[in-house]
Design a protein around this ligand. Sequence first.
Ligand SMILES: C[S@@+](CC[C@H](N)C(=O)[O-])C[C@H]1O[C@@H](n2cnc3c(N)ncnc32)[C@H](O)[C@@H]1O
Length: 425
Amino acid sequence: MNLRALAAKVAFQVLEKGISLSVALPDQQKHLESGKDKALLAELSYGVMRHLPQLDKLVSDCMSKPLKGKQRIVHQLLLIGCYQLYFTRIPSHAAISETAEACRQLKFEGLVKVVNGVLRNIQRQEKPLPTDNDTLAFNTPSWIVKRLKAAYPENWQEVIEQSHQRPPMWLRNNKRSQTRDEYLAALAEIDIPASAGKSSDAILLESPRDVAQLPGFDQGAASVQDGAAQWAATLLAPKDGELVLDACAAPGGKTCHLLELANIQLVAVDFDEKRLERVQQNLDRLSLDAKLVHGDAADIDSWWQGDKFDRILLDAPCSATGVIRRHPDIKWLRKQSDIDELAALQSKILDHCWQWLKPGGTLLYATCSILPQENEQQIRSFLERADDATLIPISEQPHPDDIGWQITPGTENMDGFYYARLVKG
Ligand SMILES: C[S@@+](CC[C@H](N)C(=O)[O-])C[C@H]1O[C@@H](n2cnc3c(N)ncnc32)[C@H](O)[C@@H]1O
């Protein structure tokens, strides 16, 4: 099937069915043979998610009435067409004719003329990208813009701008296989330019690569993990012989990092059985071992009769607003009402995990959110209700008096993340 038709299917799945891009895209990519085609399908799908309000406005302005019901996929196809005209170097005539052909292949023969007409109009008018309100100007829902303005009064525009950049590819060196310097040398040998990140195992690639090109990837020499996410295991700093809980573990990036750092007994729990399978796959590739539990981190008593834990990583379910640059569909899948629900779930899990931490133990609270309600405010209220909790500042945080370390997207090339390190007194 024509690549634009596949791209329309991806956009339809995400925008009409609420399926995440990371599921919908690979589902359609499998119909394509060449890496180049797969990359173009990704570019069109990501591009539409990044620029949705502006594309929507340009397309809707050229239509006499909106497409509804089953025909919505043709609307998504028009977004794909419009994206090509504004944001790619694909010649306009090719973009338009391929998109019209896609309409035929999607079995909307009767709308081919509409697709042709709308895209020709858009091309002829050459209107500037609309910026009439915050949603349009920042290609971000107004409720998110409003919260970011309040949270980052001095640099909210920069935060949004960074959330629209293409993210770099980070690797995590597996120190059980080789030192980071040795892995950097192995990359240099095959002309993959890369540099060391600030945390102990992080490597930043100059440009993204297929993992198949990375030395020893299948044997577990390295993993793909953002630089911000790599601080989790480093900050929790497990020691040999300790009993550690990874309370929201799937798909297991941080689980594996913890096990690479020390010889610990690790219990990794997640609510989602399907995602837990990915933890096992990651452990297998890296030849690591953990006790996996399909269970609720807010009800540890129901599945654990062992000792309390020396250390707990609580990488809580969150809005994921810090990783919009990697998952631009988050902007459209998340609803404002989700934030209160997530914050309530986070505090429930946090309170319960705290009961299972040994006196003197450390709990690291982490999210990939940039909203204070899930981060600083969450920890501030926890400290008010838990009188045996002490917040230990993180040396990397720019202001030692802040409640935790809020990383904004793009800081030192990292995703947006939040960390708070708590010790039980
Ligand atoms: C941010 S993700 C974790 C990412 C993971 N730590 C990693 O580094 O790969 C949050 C996880 O929390 C899980 N989750 C949500 N509610 C949970 C609960 N009540 N108990 C356990 N896991 C839960 C979700 O299924 C999801 O996999």
